[in-house]
Write a protein that binds this ligand. Structure first.
Ligand code: PLP
Length: 377
């Protein structure tokens, strides 16, 4: 392309096609900005905007109050000793693996682990072993299997996906944590889909580390995340550069700065309140699941009754319609879109994943009705 005039215009006029629709994409529902975060966008959008009063360490900045946020509010929220802001959940996992393990060491993960756990381990030169899930239809991870697997594979770190991003299963993390503590293996909770949606206490779950994702579950624009560490490990994972004494090495001196951090902070008061309403969200998810199953030819996978807003469904009924519909396998996406609903992958009919997080009663009803109508086509 020519780097001039008309051809460059496309980069300036960036309207978002689906912004007025109900979006069911699980990766997006928990990242919708709070009104306060949205107000902050213009004020803090410029590059390095948070650095006006920085004296060399991001988490020490007092204006805006990043120091209180990082050193007081976040540790209290996660019930863990030390917290740092990262660029995402995966960066937190990599940071811990890279600090704690030597090349060739093994990490033990659950059978529903996210790809970013594997990629982080690969980048750190580690072997990955897993505790299998139970297989369909529930795909549960049994905490008790950890004890035996730890004895066999001798991991340097145990990672539990809490909950996983495929089925939204919430495993018994406290039980896994107890096992790890008994065996003296550090335990990391991947809370990308929990921290900011549901209450997560590192203390109650016996976790040495918790990672969170701001753009996935904490109403932040991101990329931004959290890494919490117990005091036994904090010094190691947040060690400082020898040459630059104020710079935390694994964060390369400074992590999320500007809008990712500002929106995370501006949304935090809302996040603190919303995790207290988690029961309501679970109730909505269960309602949604049972209404969809009433349609016929649709089955929810994963734990039942379900304990999280992320749900995976098998939908024979939509596959059958796709075989005779003029839009074939794109019909489901298109029919939903016509009803103001997006977030399912275009082209899928046999399986789909959704999240009901934060939907109002009216929106839930609208989505259920849409699926029921489409199933009658
Ligand atoms: C989305 C997701 C991640 C990655 O989160 P980032 O903050 O984007 O790195 C990790 N684990 C699980 C289970 C996820 O669903």
């Amino acid at each position: 392309m020519a780097l001039s005039g008309e051809s460059l215009r496309r980069f300036e006029d960036l309207r978002r096609e689906n912004s007025s629709c109900i979006n069911l994409n699980p990766i997006q529902r928990g990242g919708i900005l709070s009104p306060a975060a949205r107000r902050a966008l213009g004020e803090w959008g410029d590059g390095y905007s948070v650095c006006d009063f920085c004296e060399g360490c991001l988490s020490d900045i007092k204006k805006p109050p990043i120091d209180v946020f990082v050193k007081e509010a976040l540790p209290e929220f996660l019930e863990i000793d030390v917290v740092r802001v990262t660029n995402g959940a995966r960066e937190g996992k990599y940071l811990v693996m890279h600090s704690l393990c030597e090349k060739g060491d093994t990490v033990l993960v659950d059978g529903n682990a996210h790809y970013s756990t594997f990629v982080a381990a690969e980048r750190a030169g580690l072997k990955v072993e897993s505790v299998p899930n139970s297989g369909g239809p529930e795909f549960k991870v049994d905490a008790d299997w950890y004890a035996e697997r730890i004895d066999v594979v001798k991991p340097k770190l145990v990672v539990l996906t809490y909950p996983d991003g495929s089925y939204g299963n919430v495993p018994d993390a406290a039980r896994v944590g107890r096992i790890c503590r008994d065996k003296g293996v550090p335990f990391l909770i991947n809370g990308a889909y929990s921290v900011g949606r549901m209450p997560v206490s590192a203390k109650k779950l016996y976790a040495d580390f918790v990672v969170a994702s701001g753009h996935k579950s904490m109403a932040a624009c991101g990329p931004v995340g959290l890494l919490g560490a117990g005091k036994e490990y904090a010094e190691k994972v947040f060690r400082r550069s020898e040459k630059y004494k104020k710079k935390e090495l694994e964060l390369l001196g400074c992590s999320a700065r500007g809008l990712p951090l500002i929106t995370l902070m501006a949304s935090f008061p809302l996040v603190v309140e919303r995790v207290k309403r988690w029961d309501l969200e679970v109730g909505n998810a269960r309602y949604f699941s049972s209404e969809l199953e009433k349609i016929g030819g649709i089955r929810q996978l994963g734990e039942k009754p379900h304990n999280h807003d992320l749900m995976s469904f098998e939908s024979e009924v939509f596959f059958k319609i796709s075989e005779r519909h003029k839009k074939s396998r794109f019909f489901l996406y298109s029919e939903l879109k016509d009803r103001g609903i997006v977030g399912l992958k275009p082209g899928i009919t046999k399986n789909f994943k959704v999240s009901t997080y934060g939907l109002s009663g009216e929106e839930l009803r609208k989505v259920v009705d849409a699926f029921a109508e489409i199933a009658k086509l």
